[in-house]
Design a protein around this ligand. Sequence first.
Ligand code: NDP
Length: 465
Amino acid sequence: STAEIGLIGLGTMGAALALNIADNGFDIAVWNRTSAKTDAFHEGAGDLARRITPTQTLEAFVAAIKSPRAIILMVPAGQPVDDQIAALRPLLDADDLIIDAGNANFHDTNRRSAEAGDLPFLGIGVSGGEEGARFGPSIMGGGKRESWDRVEHILTAIAAKHKGISCATWMGEQGAGHFVKAVHNGIEYADMQMIAEVYGIMRDGLAMTSDAIAETFANWDNGALRSYLIEISGKVAATQDPATGRPMLDVIVDAAGQKGTGRWTVIEAQHLAAPIPAIEAAVVARNLSSQREARAAAEVLFGSAPHHIAHDVLPLSTIEDALIAGKILCYAQGFDMIAKASDAFDWALPLPAIAEVWREGCIIRSAMLDDMATALRENPERNLMMAPRFADTLKQTHGALRQVVAQAALHGLALPALSSGLAYFDAMRTGRGTANMIQGQRDFFGAHGFARIDGGSGHHGPWAA
Ligand code: NDP
């Protein structure tokens, strides 16, 4: 037994992660349900093959790892993880550590942690896709701190680095890491949706070509919006279809796929009563995008909207500012949800450290996250939109967001995430809202009682019959 760690599941992510671990100088044993894949993986590992021990049986796999063992599972989330744990545990010692590194629902990770009892178990969220897994993902750990400490040196070594600081952090007990990963994915949905919405304004409102749109994204990638998602959006817009010579975007069907992590975030936000309208809007938009036939029929019935907007009405700099405002509001919502979960689940989630592990390696990595980390370090309790640096930016950009949302509404362009971001902003800055009417209604029909502005709760109205 020479391997410092073991990994099960040599699919897209597992294979990349195993190579990354070997590349960082750790000997690793691997096992895969289909043995042929294990051999092919080892043969294709080049120089790194000497650090990799391929095994054909679970028994041989376990025997190849130094005790006390640490074993990463990289198999599909759900039942396969439970099955794999059940197959593995009988072969392990009481101090051997199992690490589920797939996209588990954090409720499952909570359950598995409870089922593990005193047996070491970690659930870690890994973000960054295949490329991230191979060359440096963002890692969000959950489980017992002492279990994390056993493998921290490996996980920090393989993770992405931001100015030398590793993007791998322990988030808290049980499913805390997978929870943070879910919110990451929710924010990712909203970030992508807002970019898709401004793409729509440029394509349908301003009648810009894909090349012009690509150039715009490339320009924005040099400013406040600098991020992986803006960068790749520019590259997507710039790419031609080899078969037809048309822009790739013009040959891709406008129905978005999803694996469900955004949906989990939204469902959890409802349980927590955490307002994350931009993320909810993004999930709804994906659901709606798949109703292609109904959309086509509605377009015939109602006619298409008068999309065209004059360039001087909506300059590109206004759209850029609107996206900046929308992005701040979306992240403010995401971090607010994390703060609420931290209280509700007794987790002490480290908000500044979360912003820090998202700075590199993951899909939502961006220049703005660096400022968010700083703002959250200054005061993790405060809603991000109120942190001075973001408040200043919002003061400068919410007018642009209003312009964009208003023009889009007038021209029949749907902006679900950006407009919900604006509604969130306006609701947040309205000291005296309209829920007094709702309280009046609730008391009228259900005698639910209300608080009075001059003091006291449980009052009832003298309602007319
Ligand atoms: P793949 O489908 O590429 O690979 C799945 C692996 O799991 C294969 O090695 C497969 O073995 C094995 N496997 C499947 N079912 C079982 C089972 N019942 N028992 C044991 N092994 C099984 O998946 P990915 O690598 O893409 O994803 C793995 C995990 O990582 C998932 O939880 C995913 O959500 C998560 N993830 C994926 C990302 C991505 O960008 N792809 C990003 C971040 C997380 P076999 O060869 O025998 O089929």
